[in-house]
Each structure stands twice: as structure tokens, then as C-alpha cells.
Design a protein around this ligand. Structure first.
Ligand SMILES: Nc1ncnc2c1ncn2[C@@H]1O[C@H](COP(=O)(O)OP(=O)(O)OP(=O)(O)O)[C@@H](O)[C@H]1O
Length: 684
């Protein structure tokens, strides 16, 4: 690739090496300090910011997550190293960083989507339309950053990237010393200064252009602000970030790109930092990346292995296809992890045959070497199931399943026929229970869904009926679900029985579905949309009502259950309850069991393929589990006594009640049925 075609990256690479020593000497010699924000601003990429800080402070550059050894240099720099005398220990993820769109192992459509967004918003500069914000989400190592870098290079614009200032950087700051002053609070200093530094970085990045150097063309004026590291304070108070973004959207002049990687069990960070309402308010465009597809991953790995083998003069051999496949499946769509593993395996005294992921049980190469051993008629799904059921390779990534896929595995319950002779024979009277071999391991599926068995059961309960075609089967499945509930009802044995409960529910459900009992006759159910359990909604309303009742009628000193089941229905019977407006509204809402308000067909919320599942629940619910918050059990409502919502007119409930109204002092009497004489209070 010619140097010219590398655009700004090459020139910036050169410039930084020209600029760096001068400033490094300056700072080092004079004892002057760099501000974190200046570093964020001046650094075009993390690597540069890191290397300059290393020069100044004499510290080692911080390691990027998931990357081995060195800090991440710019793609442009790597391309010039390709094929030249690069260090043997250089991470291959960096050496083989993609340079063109064609080299990216990301789905074409995603790349095009990002490209068209960038094209539109890079050209808006000067139109005073404000700043545009793009949010890229997806699992770690699926190429989000690589895509932005390649596209920025194509569009001849440079990337200005924010890096969280490290404590070492603060150490050089005068205010750091002040922070040890007993009068000042260290924590507040640290968090507020990180936020302030971030704010200043955005302001400066937005306001000032890069210094023009000889060799730069005008096009290099264009830039993208990239944020992948977030100040910790934002996780504690996302509102801070939202305020900064509001300001940016009004005054911004260049596109701002955020990259947030999903966690194993769902995109919790992006939901916390960029909730739906903020995305709508600020018109943040969200593009969600998928894990790298195995075919693309295979291509990249084979290419890298071939190139490295040819360079190594025999020290590295190209691993066979089976070993590469094993690597792909072990990396769960994380290309960085796959390439790192490939490099690790290629050390001379660590050939693939001996390598850690060439299966603990030594079955990888042997099984793959005999593809004919696989029974005929097993398609892709069977193969992927086999992968799922294998114990994960050491050095491979933790495999995880999104809830949507995990539920599908249970509900569609793929089977395969036994080979002749293998068929287990059940006695004649049990022949109706004869089933083909199951291709899923329900316990493993639950484990990989990163969700408690009880919640998983809840989702199954909501969705299973659509997958059944016989009412007898439904009855049997519902019995199994009830049994599972029953197993975990007793709190003393709950922790032990939880796993049994989920096994009974999942295996019972799979077994009951006779339409899917034989592999050859598995009826095609087609695609069925999945829904979130209605229980989540009911439970949420139930908790809210309890909390509201407690805050509105606090002076009655009744338990939430008594309030909602005794006091409020009673007040609802009074024609003139003489309460404040908030109380009257609540009484009308909750105190009546009106026929008119019986819901018709429920409108359920669809479950999407990336949903983490616990969308409507507070984290404390996960530990509590569904049973304990079942209406009527009232014992373990986490929020019961702690979080009381602030409601209008709720400060002095029942403060000025006439004599005809139940008084707070009669609270005990209210519990006694004999004293509940309607005639005494009802004016009619
Ligand atoms: N063909 C390729 N496509 C994408 N990335 C590749 C390719 N070949 C090598 N890589 C390297 O794989 C790594 C992909 O990581 P990247 O930083 O883009 O992931 P990410 O989705 O941003 O996740 P994270 O948030 O964890 O950084 C990069 O270091 C990139 O250089």
C-alpha cells in the first residue's frame, strides 16, 4: 500500500514522532504538568496519549482491555510494518489490523450503515446543525473500533479519542496534592475532575482544529470524536453524561461516536449510560454489531496463519482446519480473542497439537479428522448444538447465549434419531415416553443464559403454549412447571432445590411436547415471537401500589398488605372519603375490582434477540426470585419499607379528616372485623 493512500494516519504517525520528543523534553525538563484533558485532546489515539504519558511520567503505558502486552498503535502504522522487520512479539491483532473495508470481518451491512451515518454527519460541519451522536454497541472484540478506524481513514478524517486519565496523571497535578488536604474529599475530587476533564475535552475537541502541519491537506480538518472509555462517575451518575451530551448536541460541530461493549448477559452498560429516552431526546443513532460470523473469522485466521507461517521460516506451521474451527468456536465471535489465541498457540514450544484449546479431552483434531463419523442428515444446527455442548476450551472465551436463543433451544428442542442398535428400549407400558436423542443440554443452556433458573422458567411459562399442538401435552407441561415451582417454594431448601426446579421445568416441558418427540417427525412450528413474562409487569405494578399505599396512608401504621386489602377497599366503599386528591385517585384505581376494568387480551411486550431479559426488574429481584414476591406472601418485598416514592399531596395524609372518616388512631380497630361497621361511616 502506498504511503499516500494511508492518508492522515501515516502522516499523523510521523508527526507524532516528530512532535513528541520536543514536548516530552519540555515537560520533563521544566517540571510543568500536563492536564489530563490536554492529553485527551492532544492524543489522536489511545496509543499516542499513552506513549506520551509514558515518556513524561516514566510509567508503562496502560494496557487496553483484552490486548496482550503493548499499547495499541495506529492502523496506519501497522500497515507500514506489515512484511517488514516487525518485532516477533508484536501482537498479531495489531500487525494484522484491517486497513480496508474489504478486510474487515464485520458484516457488510453494518459497515455500510456506519459509513452512511458518518458521511452524512461529517458533511454537516459548518451548517450549525449541532453535534450528532452515534452509539455503537455489540459484544467485545466484534470489530466496532476497527470499523470506525477504517472508515475514518477512508473518509480522510482523523479520530480524536478520549482516554480516561490515570491516577498517575493526576499525581502530577497540583490539585492532587490538595486532595490529601483533610478539608477536601478525595472522592469528590477524583470523580468531579474526571467528569470536568471529559467535559473540557469535548469542548476543546469540538472548538479547535488540529494544528496544520506541512503535508496535511485541507480534508484533514474533518474529525470524529471517539469515546470508548467512560469516566467512572458516569456509571454512578449517568445524568452527568446526559447533561454534557445535551450541551454537545446544541453546540457540537463534529460527529461524536461512543463505543459501548455489551456485557455477557446483555447490554447493561449501554442501557445505563444511554437509556431509550435519552437516545430519543438527543437523536442518538444506535447501531448494534453482532459477534463476528464463524466464516469471516475463519477467513481472517487462515490468512493470518498463512502470512505468519511464511514469514517465520518454518518456526510456525499453519494449523489445520479443525484446529482453526476450534479456535473460532472457542472465541464466541470475538476476533481479538481468536487472533490472540492463534498467536499464543504458535509459539515454537507450543504447537497446536499440544495447545491448551486443542481440547482437554483430546477430541478436537480427532473428531474433526473424521467428519464422516457424524451421522448423516445433521445440518448446521446439529453441529452448533454439538459445539454448545462441548466443554469450553481452556483459553477460549466464556460462551454465552442471549436469552432469546436460549429459550429457542428449549422450546424448539432439536432431536436426532438414534442409530440402529443404539435405541434404548422402554418397556411396552412406557412406550409413549419413547423419545429421540435430545440435542440440547437444558442445564447448560440455562447456565449460558446468565439468568437464574427461576426467571428462565418464568419466560418458558409465558411462551411455551405456542409451541404445543396438543392440549394434553400442554396440561402435562403445566404440571411440570407447577412441580418446579413447588420444589422451590420452601425457603429452607430453596438454594439446593433451585437447580432441580429448573431441570424439572425445562426437561418436563421438552418431554411433554409429543409433536417434537421424534427427529424425523418434528413438526415445523416456524418462527414464533417470544414475549416477556406478564408476571414482570404485574409484579412491578404490585410493588408500586404497595409503596404508594404506604406513603399515602403512612399514619395508619398498617402493613402494606393490610393497607391494600383492607383499608383501601373499605375507603373505596365510602361515597365521600374526604381525602386529598392523590389519595382519592389511588383509592379509585386500586380499591375497586371493577368488571369494567378487567383487561381483554393482554398486550405483551416482545422479547428481542439482544434483550437481557430482566429489563423491568431491579437487581435485588434477581436474588429474591419470583416466588418470594408472589402476591399474598408479603414477607420479602425488598422495597417495602425502604424506598418510599415521593408523591404529590402525600405529606400529611388524613391530617384533617372529619369524624365520619376512619382515623389513623383506629388502625388496630380496623383489623378487627366486628368494628368495621359500614353503617357507622357510610352516610347513605
Ligand atoms: N479482519 C478484521 N476485522 C476486524 N478486526 C480485526 C481484523 N483483523 C484483526 N482485527 C483486530 O481485532 C481487534 C478488534 O477489536 P475492536 O477494538 O475493533 O473490537 P470492539 O468491537 O471495539 O470491542 P472492544 O470494545 O472490546 O474494543 C482489533 O485490534 C483489530 O485490529
Amino acid at each position: 500500500m502506498s504511503k499516500l493512500s494511508l492518508g492522515g494516519k501515516t502522516s499523523s504517525g510521523k508527526l507524532s514522532s516528530w512532535v513528541q520528543p520536543s514536548f516530552g523534553d519540555f515537560f520533563g525538563g521544566s517540571g510543568l504538568n500536563t492536564l489530563p484533558s490536554t492529553k485527551g485532546l492532544s492524543g489522536e489515539s489511545k496509543s499516542k496519549a499513552r506513549s506520551s504519558s509514558a515518556d513524561v511520567g516514566g510509567k508503562k503505558p496502560k494496557k487496553r482491555k483484552g490486548e496482550p502486552q503493548t499499547s495499541k498503535p495506529e492502523p496506519g502504522v501497522f500497515s507500514s510494518r506489515r512484511g517488514s522487520e516487525e518485532n516477533q512479539d508484536e501482537p498479531w491483532v495489531d500487525v494484522h489490523a484491517p486497513q480496508t473495508q474489504a478486510e474487515l470481518a464485520v458484516h457488510k451491512k453494518k459497515v455500510e450503515e456506519v459509513e452512511s451515518w458518518l458521511r452524512v454527519h461529517l458533511d454537516l460541519k459548518g451548517t450549525n446543525k449541532g453535534g450528532a451522536v452515534l452509539l455503537l454497541t455489540g459484544p467485545s472484540g466484534c470489530g466496532k473500533t476497527a470499523t470506525v478506524r477504517v472508515l475514518a481513514k477512508d473518509a480522510c478524517c482523523h479520530i480524536q479519542e478520549w482516554t480516561n486519565p490515570t491516577t498517575a496523571e493526576y499525581r502530577t497535578d497540583d490539585s492532587f496534592r490538595e486532595s490529601f488536604d483533610p478539608a477536601s474529599r478525595f472522592n469528590s475530587f477524583h470523580s468531579s475532575s474526571q467528569t470536568a476533564a471529559f467535559q473540557e475535552f469535548l469542548l476543546r475537541a469540538n472548538k479547535y482544529s488540529r494544528l496544520q502541519m506541512s503535508g496535511d491537506d485541507g480534508a484533514q480538518e474533518r474529525k470524529i470524536i471517539l469515546v470508548e472509555d467512560f469516566p467512572n462517575q458516569f456509571y454512578r451518575q449517568p445524568g452527568c453524561l446526559h447533561d454534557i451530551l445535551r450541551r454537545f448536541v446544541r453546540t457540537g460541530r463534529c460527529p461524536l461516536v461512543f463505543i459501548v461493549s455489551d456485557s455477557l448477559s446483555g447490554d447493561t452498560s449501554s442501557r445505563l449510560l444511554f437509556p431509550k429516552d435519552i437516545q430519543e431526546e438527543l437523536s442518538i443513532h444506535n447501531i448494534s454489531f453482532n459477534p463476528v460470523a464463524p466464516t469471516s473469522m475463519m477467513k481472517v485466521l487462515s490468512r493470518i496463519a498463512t502470512v505468519e507461517a511464511s514469514k517465520s521460516a518454518g518456526r510456525i506451521s499453519v494449523p489445520d482446519k479443525a484446529a482453526l474451527e476450534q479456535l473460532c468456536s472457542g472465541s464466541s465471535g470475538d476476533i481479538r480473542s481468536a487472533i490472540n489465541s492463534l498467536q499464543f498457540s504458535s509459539f515454537t514450544d507450543f504447537s497446536l497439537e499440544k495447545s491448551l484449546w486443542a481440547s482437554k479431552k483430546g477430541k478436537s483434531s480427532t473428531s474433526a479428522a473424521k467428519p464422516s463419523a457424524r451421522p448423516k442428515g445433521r445440518g448446521r444446527s446439529a453441529k452448533s448444538t454439538e459445539v454448545l455442548e462441548e466443554s469450553p476450551a481452556i483459553g477460549g472465551k466464556d460462551a454465552s447465549l442471549f436469552l432469546f436463543r436460549a429459550l429457542g433451544k428449549i422450546l424448539y428442542c432439536k432431536r436426532e434419531s438414534y442409530e440402529a442398535g443404539d435405541v434404548p428400549k422402554l418397556p411396552a407400558h412406557l412406550s409413549e415416553h419413547q423419545r429421540d436423542k435430545l440435542l440440547v443440554d437444558p442445564e447448560l443452556v440455562i447456565e449460558r443464559s446468565h439468568m437464574s433458573g427461576e426467571f428462565f422458567n418464568l419466560y418458558l411459562h409465558q411462551n411455551y403454549v405456542d409451541f404445543f399442538s396438543d392440549v394434553e401435552d400442554v396440561a402435562r407441561a403445566s404440571e411440570y412447571l407447577s412441580d418446579a415451582d413447588f420444589l422451590t417454594a420452601e425457603w429452607t431448601s430453596r438454594s439446593t432445590m433451585l437447580e432441580y426446579g429448573s431441570s424439572v421445568a425445562t426437561r418436563g416441558l421438552i418431554h411433554s411436547n409429543t409433536a417434537r418427540a421424534q427427529a424425523a417427525h418434528q413438526s415445523s412450528v416456524g418462527f414464533k415471537p417470544l414475549h416477556k413474562p406478564h408476571w414482570l409487569h404485574i409484579n412491578k405494578t404490585y410493588r408500586e401500589n404497595y409503596l404508594t399505599a404506604q406513603s399515602l396512608f403512612i399514619s395508619f401504621c398498617l402493613t402494606p398488605v393490610s393497607l391494600v386489602t383492607e383499608l383501601v377497599p373499605y375507603l373505596a366503599k365510602l361515597s365521600n372519603p374526604m381525602r386529598n386528591q392523590a389519595q382519592i385517585t389511588f383509592i379509585q384505581d386500586v380499591g375497586h375490582l371493577s368488571l369494567r376494568r378487567l383487561p381483554g387480551r393482554l398486550k405483551l411486550e416482545a422479547l428481542c434477540d439482544k434483550d437481557p431479559g430482566l429489563l423491568d426488574l431491579d437487581s435485588d429481584h434477581e436474588e429474591t426470585g419470583p416466588q418470594s414476591t408472589e402476591p399474598g406472601t408479603q414477607t420479602t418485598l425488598p422495597g417495602d419499607t425502604t424506598a418510599v416514592p415521593t408523591l404529590p399531596n402525600s405529606q400529611e395524609p388524613g391530617g384533617d379528616l372529619p369524624a365520619s372518616q376512619p382515623q389513623p388512631t383506629t388502625a388496630e380497630a380496623l383489623l378487627d372485623e366486628e368494628d368495621l361497621l359500614i353503617e357507622e361511616y357510610d352516610s347513605d
